[in-house]
Ligand binder design. Structure first.
Ligand code: XUL
Ligand code: CO
Length: 437
């Protein structure tokens, strides 16, 4: 194997007592939780864009990352070398999947044909590495937001040729994702949204977005790609308003335009925060509607107002996430993609390991706690008790649809008043939750 990450060996599980910071304390890939190996609960993925293309730049300054392997001046040669780096990282980390945008892995050429060719060349290298390492592609996607042709959006651009170019780009990205055995394909809005409603025909733009997604679904069928499509909610940034605002908005869009059979949600924690929701809300909303697909694992900072995409380390958060995921039967064919970047101040290659080890361990710890909560059932019992009246004869009749306003009026006229409500016991619920941590 190559040795770009010198001095770092294979990251192993050493258990909660280990003081080795380049080891897992909780993530034990083959250990069973609720009868399923941890690796299959999570299907952890490294995001190519942050970890191998992220420079550390922010609105106030340029990149800071020290990446000793970034030595080639020819963009294609550099792209190929980076694939070697990425697979060494996956191998050493013991992470089974990765995710990419077309333009992260391969450079953009002067024409569409040239870009397609460059992507094919890099895909050859990705395929070779996948074959020899057994690593897999969780999902692919296309970058429809960086180039100036997408300045007003891609599928929602007022410029029809931006739409057409984006269609061609997604066609190619789907072909490559299919060829690499990708388990899914993600649509994230990019610049699909608006800054000002006076210069925006919202209805026309949203119609175009739906037409675009239908073309993608049709083309997937044509080439035999059976991976899961995902829509990734985000309320704002870069646009003031993004059409994929949150799970409820996305699900409404999918149902309105007849896409609900083909597309599920890819939910990102930091995007939930920006939408004014908790991640748990987004998971529960999607889960209860049958749209929970995959997650982008990261976290924001409530004191910094933008999408900081930090690695998750908060056990409270990961426990909530895993509790919802277990409740809705798991994520596969989706997974847990670290759409997260090391801080601008954490610029050495080893920081990539600390970041991913911490994230994987936080999730594994959360999974163990969530499973313990489910096994013991105390919280569920409290919840059932809160709704106990609905399990009585009246509740059952209402839930089965055999009551009406008229019959309920009759019932309440006879009773005169409803029985008093019982306490919500929020503090008790929260205290019970804390007993598992
Ligand atoms: C942007 C974001 C994207 C998507 C994939 O905020 O989350 O990286 O995950 O396009
Ligand atoms: Co994301």
């Amino acid at each position: 194997m190559t040795d770009f990450f010198q001095g770092i060996g294979k990251i192993r599980y050493e258990g909660p007592q280990s003081t080795n910071m380049l080891a897992f304390r909780h993530y034990d890939a083959d250990a069973l939780v609720e009868g399923k190996a941890m690796r299959d609960h999570f299907r952890f993925a490294v995001s190519y864009w942050h970890s191998f293309r992220g420079t550390g730049s922010d609105p106030f300054g340029p990149g800071t990352m020290i990446r000793p392997w970034e030595t080639e001046s020819d963009p294609l040669r550099m792209a190929l070398k980076r694939v070697d780096v990425a697979f060494e990282f996956l191998e050493k980390l013991g992470c089974d999947f990765y995710c990419f945008h077309d333009r992260d892995v391969a450079p953009e050429g002067a024409t569409l044909a040239e870009s397609n060719h460059l992507l094919d060349v890099v895909a050859d290298r990705l395929e070779e590495h996948q074959k020899s390492s057994g690593k897999k592609l969780l999902w692919g996607t296309a970058n429809l937001f960086s180039h100036s042709r997408y300045v007003h959006g891609a599928a929602t651009s007022p410029n029809v040729e931006s739409f057409a170019f984006a269609a061609a780009q997604v066609k190619k990205a789907l072909e490559v994702t299919h060829r690499l055995g990708g388990a899914g394909y993600v649509f994230w809005g990019g610049r699909e949204g608006y800054q000002c409603l006076w210069n925006t025909d919202m209805k026309r733009e949203v119609d175009h977005l739906a037409a675009f997604m239908h073309m993608a679904v049709d083309y997937a069928k044509e080439i035999g790609f059976t991976g899961q499509f995902y829509f990734e909610p985000k309320p704002r940034e870069p646009m003031k308003h993004q059409y994929d605002f949150d799970s409820a908005t996305c699900i409404n869009f999918l149902r309105t335009y007849g896409l609900e059979k083909h597309v599920k949600m890819n939910i990102e924690t930091n995007h939930a925060t920006l939408a004014g929701h908790e991640m748990q809300h987004e998971l529960e909303y999607s889960g209860m509607q049958g749209f929970l697909g995959s997650i982008d694992a990261n976290t924001g900072d409530t004191l910094v107002g933008w999408d900081t995409d930090q690695f998750p380390t908060n056990i409270y958060l990961t426990t909530q996430i895993m509790y919802s995921i277990l409740k809705y039967g798991g994520l596969a064919p989706g997974g847990v993609n670290f759409d997260a970047k090391v801080r601008r101040e954490s610029f050495e290659p080893v920081d990539l390991f600390h970041a991913h080890i911490g994230g994987m361990d936080a999730f594994a710890h959360g999974l163990k706690i969530a499973a313990a909560m489910r096994a013991d059932g105390r919280l569920q019992k409290l919840l059932d008790e809160r709704y106990a009246s609905w399990s009585g004869p009246l509740g059952k009749r209402i839930e089965s649809g055999s009551e009406s306003f008229t019959s309920l009026e009759k019932e309440m006229l006879a009773r005169g008043e409803s029985t008093p409500c019982s306490s919500g016991r929020q503090e008790l619920f929260e205290n019970v939750f804390n007993t598992y941590l």
